[in-house]
Design a protein around this ligand. Sequence first.
Ligand SMILES: C[S@@+](CC[C@H](N)C(=O)[O-])C[C@H]1O[C@@H](n2cnc3c(N)ncnc32)[C@H](O)[C@@H]1O
Length: 277
Amino acid sequence: MMAMAMASKSSDMIESPSERHSGDISRRKILSQSVTAGGIFLFCLPSPATALSASEASKAYDSYASNYDSLDGGSASTMLGIDQARTDLFKQAKGKVLEIGAGTGLNLGKYDLSKIESLTLLDISPGMLSMAEQRWKNMTIATSSESFISFVQADATSELVSKFGALSFDTVVDSFSLCTMGNDGAEKCLSQLSQVVKSKEQGGQVLLLENSRSSNPFLARYQDATSSAAAEMGGKGCVYNQDVEFMIQQSTKGNLVIESQEQYAAGLFRAFRCTVW
Ligand SMILES: C[S@@+](CC[C@H](N)C(=O)[O-])C[C@H]1O[C@@H](n2cnc3c(N)ncnc32)[C@H](O)[C@@H]1O
């Protein structure tokens, strides 16, 4: 009941950035159970953050690839409002689109392909990318050219600018990959993607859907207390109490501007539409 009640989105309760940055739990399923169970460890001190390096992420996600969808794309995801959040946010993608940390391609069905000129799905894990490629083949969508979609293995924290060049994309998309990169990696990635996207004047936009520290202080403390253990116990290295708003401001020195923000499940998940000035 409680989790169901929190599955609705809200954009009016935004907690200001402060200390924190810790670890995560097995997302979706474990998160929905944790939230429903209530806050047992609410007053514990924050635990230190864990993060995967690019090479660790590549190996780890290769091993998660075959069962990723059943864990992260299932009914818990729908109950927490994540599925709806993906739909709301990614239908806005248009023009030349780059999706970083694309994983198994869970967002492929969320795009309005009629608005998209080309789609580049990038991930560090070949295993996850091959699942995405298979998903695309299964979708049997008629597109105007074979070069409409491409699958690129690369490190989104360091290789976007060198691979694609500045101002290459109209839309850059991310969902739940920043949380696996740790604060340093996520900040590098945000800096990279703010360079490859076109400016606001040119119609460029960055769409981010991420785990976030809740706007509810009790839930936020619970996240702080459990995030590190959770990341290691099945959270696939995902730091689920990150402060994305703060990271956006930090990493791009104000260059990437948040145009709108939506909260889902009491701010446990946040959707951002940003532009580069
Ligand atoms: C939790 S999954 C999210 C997948 C997908 N975006 C989704 O919403 O289901 C995180 C993804 O980020 C990828 N990833 C992690 N670090 C990366 C990096 N440095 N560069 C590119 N991809 C990375 C992982 O391989 C994994 O596929």
